[in-house]
Design a protein around this ligand. Structure first.
Ligand code: 5AD
Length: 350
């Protein structure tokens, strides 16, 4: 008995020390490594701290709702974790001008004010011009619609073209801060090039989002801690993590899935370390665990991405990490947002 209670006290002592460090902003490698591994009561305490930080920085308790349109699956990269790699036999598509405007208007009529246009990485001049024309017309019709792009590495001139057309935000994830691992995951790219793109986006005045993946084959806890520190080097408006899902037709199809708890801990730490940024609760969490996206909100997220913009005919052609991808709809989000005692907001950032 005596031994047991001593163990409990010791454990509480350690928990107390971790929480004290997190509250005081003592984000050393040791603290963050321990925090990424925490579970149960300790994890619950960390999530509560993350929610407190969210309330302090977003007192409206609002969750930004983004509608995503997957514009094109043409991609020049060959990322090993992605189902849409270069060798994919999949039929290629690009949603045309009229079609895209129709979808965007449908979304606008639903009351949405944030649109995320996602595509494979394609720096062909005609594709980027197509995007720019769509964004320009969208913004002319609906000036209060915020347009976020997630279209990978492009040239400075192309980023400028899209910014001038009216896109105000851009999501470009660095995926991992470990340059060797990055080169292995994305053989056609380098971490340096990715970070240069991120810096260009910031320089051009975009509100920029970035982040990582958790549980990648070959990734260590140290790498993830370095990811957290790298996020602090940039003046980001948004940050995100996904849990690695082995896509059925990707090079990593036989690798194990990432740890959902580690991904949730990563989100809580992002909120605690950089509290004023938007953090999405991603659909990979739901794929990884039933109710995963609700837990993302409980770990400090304040954005949901609704996949009701991509037409059904092409949805199956954009299987980033799974052909059986969970593409959540409205009702699911209203329910989890309510359960997390938050409010659905058309857009938090302007
Ligand atoms: N598992 C989890 N997340 C993934 N992403 C791409 N493939 C996977 C996968 N297999 C994430 C990446 C990318 C974003 C669009 O989706 O972080 O930047």
């Amino acid at each position: 008995m005596a031994e047991g209670s001593e163990n409990v006290n010791m454990k509480e002592g350690v928990t107390g020390a971790l929480m004290r460090d997190l509250e005081r902003g003592n984000f050393t490698r040791e603290t963050l490594t321990q925090a990424l591994r925490c579970r149960d009561a300790e994890q619950a305490e960390m999530f509560a701290l993350a929610r407190r930080r969210r309330s302090e920085h977003f007192p409206g308790e609002e969750v930004e709702v983004r509608s995503v349109i997957e514009v094109s699956n043409i991609c020049q990269q060959g990322c090993k974790y992605c189902n849409m790699g270069l060798k994919s036999k999949q039929e290629k598509y690009t949603i045309g001008y009229e079609g895209l405007l129709r979808l965007a208007n449908f979304i606008y009529q639903k009351g949405r004010r944030v649109l995320l246009l996602q595509s494979g990485e394609n720096n062909a001049a005609d594709f980027v011009s197509h995007l720019a024309q769509c964004v320009h017309e969208l913004k002319r019709q609906q000036p209060d619609l915020a347009v976020i792009l997630c279209c990978g590495n492009l040239s400075k001139a192309q980023y400028r073209q899209l910014h001038e057309a009216g896109a105000s935000r851009y999501v470009l994830k660095f995926e991992t801060s470990n340059a060797a691992l990055y080169g292995n995951l994305k053989p056609r790219d380098t971490l340096r090039r990715r970070l240069d793109c991120m810096e260009t986006l910031l320089e051009l005045g975009y509100a920029v989002g970035s982040g990582n993946m958790v549980g990648l084959p070959g990734q260590t806890h140290e790498d993830m801690v370095a990811d957290l520190h790298l996020l602090g080097k940039y003046n980001l408006a948004m940050q995100s993590t996904t849990v690695f899902i082995p896509g059925e037709s990707s090079a990593f199809r036989n690798e194990p899935m990432g740890d959902v708890d580690a991904a949730l801990n990563m989100m809580a730490l992002m909120r605690i370390m950089y509290p004023g940024r938007l953090i999405p609760t991603t659909s990979s969490l739901e794929k990884g665990r039933a109710d995963g996206q609700y837990w993302g909100l409980m770990a400090g997220a304040n954005t949901v991405t609704v996949h009701d913009g991509t037409p059904d005919e092409v949805k199956h052609l954009f299987p980033i990490y799974s052909t059986k991808r969970f593409t959540p709809q409205d009702g699911h989000f209203r329910q989890i947002v309510e359960r997390a005692h938050l409010k659905f907001a058309p857009g938090v950032l302007k």
